[in-house]
Design a protein around this ligand. Structure first.
Ligand SMILES: Cc1cc2nc3c(=O)[nH]c(=O)nc-3n(C[C@H](O)[C@H](O)[C@H](O)COP(=O)(O)OP(=O)(O)OC[C@H]3O[C@@H](n4cnc5c(N)ncnc54)[C@H](O)[C@@H]3O)c2cc1C
Length: 319
C-alpha cells in the first residue's frame, strides 16, 4: 500500500482516468470496546502502530472526532482508525484505461480467449495455449487470471495451492438527494463496507457472500443476505433507513488464501512463470504497486524484496 498510495493519483492521471480515482480516506469504525481475538477498540492503538510502521498513515479517533468527519454516523460508534491516504476507484474505468494505455505502449490485448493450457520444456514454460492460438514464450509468463490460477496450476503442475473461491456480494442503493457517507467506510465487527458511487448512490458490501448457482453458472446474491447487509448499513448510518437497495450482484469471483495474504511466486516445474492469486478481497488497492514490482521481477530476473512476504514458502513446512 505504501507504494500504491503514490501510484494511484499519478497513474490515473497518466492513463486519462483522473476522475475514476478519489482519495477519500478510510474510516474503520468501532462499536465495541473489546471483541474476542479481533480486539475491538482496545486493539486500535496496536493496529495503528503496525500500519504506521509499514507506511500506511493511520490515526486513532474517538467517537466525537469520528462524528465531526462523518456527522451521519450512529451514536454507538465509539472510535475509528483513520487512513487519510486511502481512496476509491471505479474498477471498470481504471481497468479499461490501463488496457488502452498498455496497447499504446505496444501490448496486444485479447478478450474472450481463455487460456486452456501450457507447453513446457523441462521446468520452463515455452508456450501458452488458448482454444485457437498458441503464444510462444521467450522470457516470462505472468499467470494472473485470479480464480482460474489454482485450477491451471493443479492441472499443469500438480500443485495444490491453499486458495479457494468466493462470490463477494455488493449492493447499490437508489439515488439520494444527500449521500450521508463521506469516506470509504469499514467496520471492526460488522461485515460492512460503504462508499459513495456514481449517481449519488451508496455501495454496500464488506463481507457478505453470494452463492454459486449451477443454472446461471455464476455467483448470485441472496435476498436475505442483501437484507442483512443493508440492516448493518442502516444501524451504522441511520439516515440510510428507508433508502431502498436497488441492485445487488455476486457474479464476480475472488480467490482467497488461508491467511488472507496473496500468493505471488514462481512454482516448481515452471521457473519462468510468475503466479499471482489469492487476493482475498483486497487485490485492487495494491494492484498498481504489484504490477510495477512484477515487471521489475521479470526484467531483472530477481524477486523484488517487497514481494518476498507473498511467497508460498510462508505456508510450507520449513526444510
Ligand atoms: C464485489 C467485489 C468487491 C471488491 N472490493 C475490493 C476493494 O474494495 N478493494 C480491493 O482492493 N479489492 C476489492 N476486490 C478484490 C479485487 O477486485 C480483486 O482482488 C482484483 O480484481 C484481482 O485482480 P486480478 O486482475 O488478479 O483478477 P480479476 O480482476 O478477477 O481478473 C482476472 C481476469 O482473468 C480472466 N480469466 C479468468 N480465467 C481465464 C483464463 N482461463 N484465461 C484467460 N483469462 C482468464 C478473467 O476473465 C478476468 O478478466 C473486490 C472484489 C469483488 C468481487
Amino acid at each position: 500500500m505504501e507504494v500504491a498510495y503514490d501510484l494511484w493519483p499519478q497513474v490515473s492521471r497518466e492513463i486519462d482516468a483522473e476522475d475514476a480515482y478519489e482519495r477519500t480516506g478510510h474510516l474503520l469504525l468501532y462499536e465495541n470496546e473489546t471483541g474476542g481475538l479481533q480486539g475491538g477498540f482496545e486493539s486500535a492503538r496496536a493496529r495503528a502502530n503496525v500500519q504506521n510502521e509499514f507506511g500506511v498513515e493511520t490515526e486513532v479517533l474517538d467517537g466525537d472526532e469520528v462524528r465531526e468527519m462523518e456527522p451521519g454516523v450512529s451514536e454507538d460508534v465509539i472510535g475509528a482508525l483513520h487512513c487519510p491516504n486511502d481512496g476509491i476507484a471505479d474498477h471498470a474505468t481504471i481497468t479499461r484505461s490501463l488496457a488502452r494505455a498498455a496497447e499504446a505502449h505496444g501490448a496486444t490485448v485479447r478478450e474472450n480467449a481463455p487460456v486452456r493450457g501450457l507447453e513446457r520444456d523441462g521446468s520452463r514454460v515455452t508456450a501458452v495455449r488458448t482454444a485457437d492460438e498458441r503464444f510462444a514464450v521467450d522470457q516470462t509468463v505472468f499467470l494472473l487470471s485470479n480464480t482460474h490460477v489454482p485450477q491451471l496450476v493443479e492441472d499443469e503442475l500438480d500443485i495444490s495451492l491453499p486458495v479457494w473461491n468466493m462470490y463477494p456480494q455488493v449492493s447499490a442503493t437508489e439515488p439520494m438527494d444527500e449521500v450521508p457517507v463521506n469516506h470509504l467506510i469499514g467496520h471492526d465487527s460488522r461485515r460492512l463496507a460503504l462508499k459513495e458511487i456514481s449517481e449519488s448512490r451508496v455501495m454496500i458490501s464488506g463481507g457478505w457472500r453470494g452463492e454459486w448457482d449451477e443454472d446461471a453458472q455464476q455467483g448470485i446474491a441472496l435476498e436475505e443476505r442483501v437484507d442483512g447487509n443493508a440492516a448493518d448499513a442502516r444501524a451504522v448510518f441511520p439516515d440510510l433507513t428507508g433508502i431502498e437497495v436497488e441492485r445487488s450482484d455476486a457474479s464476480r469471483r475472488e480467490s482467497v488464501t488461508v491467511d488472507h495474504v496473496p500468493i505471488i511466486d514462481t512454482l516448481p516445474g515452471a521457473d519462468n512463470m510468475i503466479v499471482g492469486t489469492g487476493w482475498s478481497g483486497h487485490g485492487f488497492a495494491i494492484s498498481l504497486a504489484i504490477n510495477r514490482l512484477l515487471s521489475r521481477w521479470a526484467i531483472d530476473g530477481t524477486r523484488p524484496s517487497r514481494l518476498s512476504p507473498f511467497s508460498l514458502e510462508r505456508l510450507r513446512r520449513p526444510e
